[in-house]
Design a protein around this ligand. Structure first.
Ligand code: SF4
Ligand code: SF4
Length: 516
């Protein structure tokens, strides 16, 4: 370990200089130096190392307005302008002296929290990587161990254009708290709102001093580097996958996308807001799937993950289950003979229930009001006269025919009340229809209820793509999403067969976490 932490203020960089800037600091760390830089970036979207631009960003808004760049560290994407202070730290750290990444993340965020404390702010670390003041986010840390080098990056909001952030990132507009729905604006606490006369130079110097202490080094200020600008490297031309799956973990959402030749994997990719892992490791894991049978993805991953390195908030069992979810989606589409069945999501709170288990046990169907026509008098009410003018009527008919309770969810509070009632009545399982964005961003409502479910994704304009989530949760979303009536009917017919035959297992999937 070196004796000195060399630090500098690189001021505002063109986003296209950022890649060379990171590279220079990492090269110096590889050569045995510890280097810390402070910088701002002019308007850009800064993606996490593993993020998929199609899932992380609202590309229709970003367009040619500003560049999309990618950093070396994982975690979520950021919408940046010079109002955000970026910190890049690179230092040598022999593998044998490694702490778990989750601990290292907390340690390296601590100097920033100490510096904020000098402004009278009771900032705290909020695992896995956030820094908060009174529950509101002020910054985030991102971490990478690459061989014998550690790279820590952090973003600290000095000022924040929330409107731009919401237009740039595919984030939920609000989140639930103990006191109800918090508006997106209330989720963030930019530093200048607390310290209007903030002097950046003093802040940098204080953070550098605390960071040096944390690393057991003395600090020395240096001249900033002058990195060359490079062309943007983020590809927007990845092929669309044949089958995908996602899993929400404490470390972020992780996706697997697979392109197939028959049932053989010829391309696989992991993406998401995953913290800590090295891109080379993920690439190796993806390569290990090439040539394998998609139906056995869980088992193949289980073998390939032997000795997989430490990550934050995601473990081997998560990745194996993700592979099994992907295999089950593929098997579902084969079994139902509908390509769209690859959009069905299995929700098994304890990861033990298979798709047939859940379907055979389903007692309730939940439908979203947004799939009803905007002119329908039942649009914002629970119920349907089955007038024959839309797919929701068909779903009601098929469900009622089978004695299933069919409910139209009319608002977020209504969903919570319906789930609470189902939990109280000990409903075994349900069939839900909603957009994937809703499931991903509101999964805690389903996790709280703890009832296994199969979710059929809806198509068309969703309130997430139209940025109308707040209106939607209040039951005021006017656009129309589309329910795939053919797929819905096939799923219910399969349920009939399962219940008639007590069909135990379909698709021949076996091995770790076989779920279809
Ligand atoms: S089928 Fe039901 S939901 Fe659809 S238009 Fe008719 S009444 Fe409305
Ligand atoms: S599009 Fe909006 S209203 Fe419809 S299911 Fe998704 S979140 Fe709910």
């Amino acid at each position: 370990m070196p004796a000195i932490l060399a630090w500098h203020d690189a001021h505002t960089l063109n986003p296209r200089q950022f890649e060379a800037y990171e590279e220079e600091l990492c090269t110096r760390a590889l050569g045995g130096e510890a280097v810390l830089g402070f910088l701002r970036l002019s308007r850009c979207a800064l993606m996490g190392a593993f993020e998929d631009h199609r899932r992380a960003l609202r590309l229709s808004y970003v367009g040619d307005r500003f560049p999309i760049i990618r950093r070396r560290t994982g975690g979520g994407s950021l919408s940046l302008d010079p109002g955000t202070l970026i910190l890049v730290l690179a230092f040598p750290s022999p593998r044998e002296s490694v702490k778990p990444l989750a601990e290292l993340m907390a340690d390296l965020c601590a100097p920033l929290l100490q510096a904020l404390g000098q402004y009278g702010l009771g900032a705290r670390f909020d695992a896995p990587n956030d820094m908060t003041v009174e529950g509101r986010k002020i910054g985030s840390g991102f971490l990478l161990r690459d061989g014998d080098v550690v790279v820590f990056e952090a973003a600290l909001a000095l000022s924040l254009d929330v409107e731009e952030l919401l237009k740039t990132l595919r984030l939920p507009l609000e989140k639930l708290s103990a006191t109800g729905i918090l508006a997106a604006r209330d989720r963030f606490a930019p530093l200048t709102a607390h310290v209007p006369d903030l002097k950046a130079a003093a802040l940098h110097s204080t953070i550098a001093t605390h960071m040096a202490q944390t690393l057991g080094l003395s600090s020395r200020r240096e001249r900033p580097p002058r990195p060359a600008a490079r062309s943007a490297t983020t590809s927007t031309e990845d092929p669309l996958p044949d089958v995908s799956a996602f899993l929400k973990t404490p470390g972020g959402v992780v996706y697997i996308d697979v392109c197939l030749d028959g049932a053989t994997v010829h391309r696989a990719q992991f993406t998401g807001s995953i913290h800590g892992a090295n891109p080379k490791t993920w690439a190796r894991l993806s390569d290990s799937l090439l040539g394998s049978d998609v139906a056995r993805l869980g088992a193949t991953l289980d073998r390939a993950l032997e000795g997989f390195p430490d990550m934050i908030g995601i473990d081997r069992a998560d990745i194996v289950y993700l592979g099994a979810l992907c295999a089950s989606r593929y098997a579902l589409s084969r079994h139902l003979d509908v390509f769209a069945a690859r959009q069905i999501t299995i929700f098994s709170p304890d990861r033990t229930a298979s798709a047939p288990d859940i379907l055979a046990a389903a007692e309730v169907v939940l439908l979203p009001y947004c799939a009803k026509p905007s002119w329908c008098k039942w649009r914002h009410r629970d119920g349907c006269s089955e007038c024959g003018f839309c797919a929701v009527g068909e779903a009601y008919h098929l469900g009622r025919q089978r004695g299933l309770q069919v409910v139209t969810i009319t608002a977020y509070e209504h969903l919570c009340a319906v789930l609470a009632d189902m939990k109280r009545r000990k409903v075994s399982a349900f069939l839900g229809v909603c957009c994937t964005d809703f499931f991903l961003k509101r999964d805690y409502a389903f996790v709280d209820a703890g009832i296994p479910a199969l979710f059929i994704d809806i198509g068309g304009d969703t309130c997430y793509t139209l940025r109308l989530e707040e209106a939607a949760y209040a039951g005021r979303f006017e656009a129309e999403a589309s329910l795939d009536a053919r797929l819905f009917a096939k799923v219910l017919h399969w349920r009939d067969r399962l219940r008639a035959d007590h069909e135990p297992e379909v698709g021949g999937v076996s091995g770790p976490n076989a779920i279809l």
